[in-house]
Design a protein around this ligand. Structure first.
Ligand code: ZN
Length: 113
């Protein structure tokens, strides 16, 4: 995260700083020099770095998907009934066996060639 002091009346932006403290020092200096110590409509802006932008995008995407998925499953009686049925349990078992056979086949083919 980077910090920058922005003064709206002057439309002036200080250099980006590593800490909030440095940006506040810029603000104090600007207020003293340009506004005779008065407080203009200014603010300290937080500029997220590329890593935090990517991380927050991924996290919000995952959070949204998880919430949407959980809500859909929890509100669906059909899903609950299907899961309780013996057909579903058989299907899950067959799927597990099928996956096992495929993995075994892949391992055997890999060892043969
Ligand atoms: Zn100013």
């Amino acid at each position: 995260m980077r910090y920058v002091h922005y003064c709206e009346p002057c439309d002036a932006r200080s250099p980006e700083r590593d800490t909030d403290h440095e940006a506040k020092a810029d603000r104090a200096l600007h207020r003293r020099r340009a506004h005779h110590g008065l407080r203009p409509a200014d603010r300290i802006e937080e500029i997220p770095g590329p890593v935090s932008i990517a991380a927050s995008a991924i996290l919000s995407g995952l959070g949204h998907a998880a919430r949407a998925g959980a809500r859909r499953l929890a509100t669906s009686d059909a899903v609950r009934q299907v899961r309780a049925s013996t057909y579903w349990q058989q299907a899950v078992r067959l799927l597990a066996i099928g996956t096992g056979v495929l993995v075994l086949g892949a391992v055997l083919v890999h060892k043969m060639f």
